[in-house]
Design a binder for this molecule. Structure first.
Ligand code: ACO
Length: 363
């Protein structure tokens, strides 16, 4: 049975981002991603994605205040968090608690205020769950801190260093948005039925959870832990590929050259942590794997994707692997909500067709 996963099909026009997979470029609303990570904050780039332009000083202050005001978990969200089984994975927890936000004020059409609320509250869900599971008291949001700094503060209960905030902010800006990826498509399909923002976002979270999409960084960590030393690299990679396994953190549906986000993260890591032996191993694995992939899968143009170095960033921040996909969700919520808003501007329900290849029985 053929299933091409809609490869190469244009599902919608968008003004939000552009990916040039052959040249390895990523553009948000006309700006090169490298220019944005060098010069702007999480809040400024979120504003750009939601409103279509960079904010003035005053508009940025308003957005920052709105994000701060919306960080608090509702009583319902806290009750749901306290009730969920301890062995429920974090992505399922986020999906369920976001569902609990779906009150009557989340009706079609979606609004930027809803996007701000969902973006602001996700770090609070993640950190509340993480800390209570570890037997620690949750840390309340601190209005002195901006979005990324506050996330790290609520997670660890201590003020993060500037370098830590900068590393995570770079990662989050790089992963805010990425065209019609699987989770964004899910959000748009749900929104296209004129369902509400919360429903669209829970669809996206469910899609993000899968190991072929947002679940890859934990797989990268497992791969690097399994390889362990520079000497083991070639044998383990060959063995995996000969067994028909996919290498986590390699390959991309759209990029047929280096993923610009992986390149930007690698540069940031080298600035931060140039002496780290684990990072040396990651760079070695990247080089060896690309050569072997080129030899065993010629013409497939397989390089590292953003998830490969995302794992390294998360590790340098001492984030446990269960937080990787959740942290990706905390940034991609901005892209999802931007797409839901864009879908609502000129909506047509998504309704592709399938080709029946079964039997015709009877008369
Ligand atoms: N390791 C080994 N071989 C690979 C890999 C990989 N990581 N990725 C693709 N290939 C091979 C496939 O086996 C296939 O080979 P074949 O022609 O001999 O059958 C060929 O390259 C094409 O692969 P597809 O799976 O058809 O490519 P597709 O565009 O459908 O998949 C995907 C892209 C899902 C990302 C894939 O590369 C993959 O599974 N990578 C590993 C998981 C991963 O890192 N996911 C994160 C992606 S980034 C993100 O979601 C934010």
């Amino acid at each position: 049975m053929k299933n091409e996963g809609l490869k190469g099909i244009i599902a919608a026009q968008t003004r939000i981002s552009h990916i040039d997979g052959n040249e390895g470029n990523l553009i948000y609303r006309g700006y090169q991603i490298g220019d944005l990570t060098d010069k702007y904050s999480f809040e400024e780039v979120a504003f750009l994605l939601w409103y279509g332009c960079l904010p003035t000083f005053d508009k940025l202050s308003i957005l920052k205040s709105e994000l701060k005001e919306n960080r608090y978990l509702s009583v319902t969200m806290k009750s749901v968090l306290d009730l969920l089984p301890k062995d429920m994975d974090l992505m399922s927890v986020i999906r369920t608690v976001i569902s609990a936000e779906g009150k009557s004020d989340y009706q079609w059409p979606p609004t930027i205020d809803q996007a701000i609320r969902l973006t602001a509250v996700i770090p609070s869900i993640i950190t509340y769950r993480q800390r209570t599971l570890a037997g620690h008291a949750p840390v309340e949001p601190n209005s002195k801190f901006d979005h990324v700094e506050n996330y790290l503060y609520m997670l660890n209960g201590v003020l993060p260093s500037k370098a830590q905030v900068n590393a995570l902010e770079t990662y989050m800006i790089l992963t805010l948005e990425h065209g019609m990826n699987a989770s964004t498509f899910s959000a748009r399909v749900t929104a296209s039925s004129e369902s509400d923002m919360v429903s669209a976002i829970t669809s996206a979270i469910g899609t993000m959870k899968g190991p072929l999409h947002g679940g890859a960084p934990s797989g990268v960590m497992e791969l690097l832990n399994e390889i362990g030393t520079i000497e083991n690299t070639e044998n383990i990679i060959r063995e995996k590929l000969n067994n028909g396994e996919k290498l986590m953190g390699f390959g991309h549906r759209v990029y047929k050259t280096h993923d610009p986000r992986a390149k930007a993260l690698r540069k940031k890591l080298l600035e931060l942590d140039g002496q780290d032996s684990w990072l040396d191993l990651a760079i070695h694995v990247e080089n060896v794997a690309i050569n072997i992939l080129n030899e065993l899968k010629p013409g497939r143009s397989l390089y590292t994707n953003v998830e490969f170095y995302a794992a390294a960033i998360m590790r340098s921040l001492n984030l446990p692997s269960e937080l990787f996909t959740a942290t990706f969700t905390a940034s991609r919520i901005v892209g999802w909500t931007s797409h839901v808003l864009e879908q609502a501007e000129n909506n047509t329900i998504y309704r592709p067709q399938s080709e029946y290849i079964g039997d015709f029985k009877g008369s």
